[in-house]
Design a protein around this ligand. Structure first.
Ligand SMILES: C[S@@+](CC[C@H](N)C(=O)[O-])C[C@H]1O[C@@H](n2cnc3c(N)ncnc32)[C@H](O)[C@@H]1O
Length: 236
């Protein structure tokens, strides 16, 4: 397979100059938007599925798209339960011909992550692993607030703890993500190259970028859980 996806184009040459100020503001500000009923229902259903699977570590595949990575992670970590969350009903219901011998330790669910993550922290549900694979890059300089690390939800994502991994074909996204993780956790995090072939790819976007010859980037960190931040970030 050869794809011809274009590399990310941006009017931002390197780290956004407002990044650290934006992250600091979000860390000091409670997120008060009410949780939508539809997201609460999706959260309740998927957490019940995990709990009914036994006392296994939880892996969150945040922005799972069609759910290929959710299934591959479930195969790779048979002793864990994987929840894939995406807001797109279209992607989640796409008619993908999955292999017949899929494991049963996963579920995909439609929800807005902004609510899903807040519900996790509020309910004390902490992922052992947390993947954000090829999030929309929002590459225009004016779009910093739409990148996950520039979004008001990011302190909640970090407070959930666990091993977090973000991948992108835009190095600046990963540099910013790593710097924001460091700012909120004190842990040193670096962008590193991620080698993948289309055949080995964990997600369809990874396969598309790999077959287009893009460099792939990721950063990983082992974060502590910060339950004490739940009240500060979400209530007052
Ligand atoms: C570029 S796609 C990547 C999908 C998949 N991870 C992959 O690599 O193939 C980004 C995904 O994030 C999802 N997404 C973006 N914002 C979201 C949100 N607030 N809540 C849930 N999903 C979201 C989109 O629907 C989309 O499927």
């Amino acid at each position: 397979m050869h794809a011809n996806s274009r590399p990310v184009q941006s009017n931002q040459a390197s780290l956004h100059e407002q990044l650290q100020a934006v992250v600091a503001k979000h860390a000091a500000t409670a997120f008060r938007k009410p949780v939508a009923a539809v997201n609460l229902e999706a959260f309740t259903t998927s957490i019940a599925a995990w709990k009914s699977h036994g006392d296994t570590p939880l892996i969150l595949d945040a922005g799972c798209g069609v759910g290929l990575s959710t299934r591959k992670l479930a195969q790779t970590f048979p002793d864990s339960f994987v929840i894939g969350v995406d807001q797109s009903a279209d992607r989640l219901s796409r008619d993908v011909r999955w292999p017949a011998d899929l494991p049963e330790n996963f579920i995909t669910v439609r929800a807005d992550l902004v609510d899903y993550w807040r519900l996790m922290l509020a309910e004390g549900i902490y992922p052992r692993q947390h993947y954000l694979l090829y999030p929309n890059p929002w590459p225009k300089k004016s779009q910093l607030g739409r990148r996950w690390h520039g979004h008001a939800i990011f302190p909640v994502v970090v407070a959930l703890g666990g091993r977090i991994e973000c991948r992108s074909n835009w190095k600046t996204y990963i540099d910013e993500f790593a710097l924001s993780l460091h700012q909120l956790s004190g842990i040193t995090v670096h962008a590193e190259m991620h080698d993948s072939t289309p055949a080995e790819a964990l997600t369809p976007f990874e396969a598309k970028y790999a077959s287009s010859g893009h460099a792939l980037w990721r950063c990983c960190a082992e974060l502590p859980q910060r339950p004490g931040l739940a009240g500060m970030l979400m209530n007052s």
